[in-house]
Design a binder for this molecule. Structure first.
Ligand SMILES: C[S@@+](CC[C@H](N)C(=O)[O-])C[C@H]1O[C@@H](n2cnc3c(N)ncnc32)[C@H](O)[C@@H]1O
Length: 273
């Protein structure tokens, strides 16, 4: 969902390790956080829960089910808007994010709204929580597509969930990886193989340092990942572009959204054993 690309940056598709992904994405989100919150904060809502650029909310979709009285972890929580929504609905929402600056925005919103989301800086591949500590884990475009070692992240979610607990997450719809990330007509012609999992990488031209990474998994990859870590998949929600929605967010636009899905929301439960 990044929509910033300085001129001094070149784009590549090439393999990148988990360490390199994290070293790039943490500082990148630190640099980008102020602009991200200034651009998208009002759309997200300080205590709102939006699942993706199409603007569908948890109030509309009911992906998490009842959260009242439950322990809920948001991975890649950013400024904690979704977890703040959980708190206003009776859940004990907690946040985790890689970016220090995103978490500073979370603290700012805690103060401004009077609804505090206890949050920790960390990575989705090593959750700093006890096993079976949560009833629900979710990500709204948080963390998962920025991670190379996705097996470790899904295993960690399985570990911290209580038996029968729910895991729900939204990511860029995997079919979008066939198209240029362009909100206009150019974004409607498939130019890349859906099955090419080579990561999207931005490299700073001057230093050669990797400054941003996103990882692609096909729909089948996600199903296999979930099944392989003891999850049962209950739903795959592909939100349609709303009739009167006309907001552009990076490569998401009305022109593309009316024809192709932009967001995939997976809903799974960990088997009770
Ligand atoms: C697109 S933002 C989404 C944030 C929030 N869910 C929202 O809707 O605004 C992605 C977030 O994932 C975080 N992130 C990236 N890699 C991560 C990782 N390895 N572990 C935890 N968070 C990560 C980023 O710092 C960023 O805040």
């Amino acid at each position: 969902m990044e929509d910033h690309l300085p001129q001094s940056v070149r784009v590549e598709r090439r393999p990148v390790s988990e360490g390199e992904s994290r070293r790039a994405n943490g500082p990148d989100w630190d640099r980008y956080a102020d602009e991200y919150q200034a651009t998208h904060g009002a759309f997200l809502g300080d205590a709102g829960f939006v699942w993706g650029p199409e603007g569908h909310t948890e109030d509309e979709l009911g992906i998490l089910g009842e959260v009242d009285g439950l322990d809920v972890l948001e991975v890649g929580s950013g400024a904690g808007q979704c977890s703040r929504w959980v708190r206003t609905h009776g859940g004990r929402g907690f946040g985790l994010d890689l970016s220090h600056r995103q978490l500073q925005h979370s603290l700012r919103l805690d103060e401004e709204t009077g609804v505090a989301v206890p949050s920790v800086r960390g990575t989705a591949t090593e959750l700093p929580f006890a096993s079976a500590a949560f009833d629900i884990v979710f990500c709204s475009f948080g963390a998962l597509q920025f991670i190379s070692d996705i097996d470790d992240a899904v295993a960690e979610v399985a570990r911290v969930l209580r038996p029968g607990g729910r895991f729900a997450f939204s990511v860029t719809h995997p079919t979008r990886w066939m198209f240029p990330d362009d909100p206009g007509d150019a974004g409607l012609t498939a130019t890349q193989s859906y099955w090419d999992r080579t990561p999207y990488v931005e490299v700073d031209d001057a230093s050669g340092v990797v400054s941003y990474v996103e990882h692609h998994r096909t729909l089948g990859d996600w199903v296999r990942l979930l099944a392989g870590h003891g999850f049962t998949l209950h739903d795959l929600v592909e939100p349609e572009w709303p009739e009167h929605h006309d907001r552009v967010w990076g490569g998401w636009s009305r022109a593309r959204g009316l024809l192709t899905p932009g967001t995939a929301i997976f809903v799974a439960h960990i088997r009770s054993s």
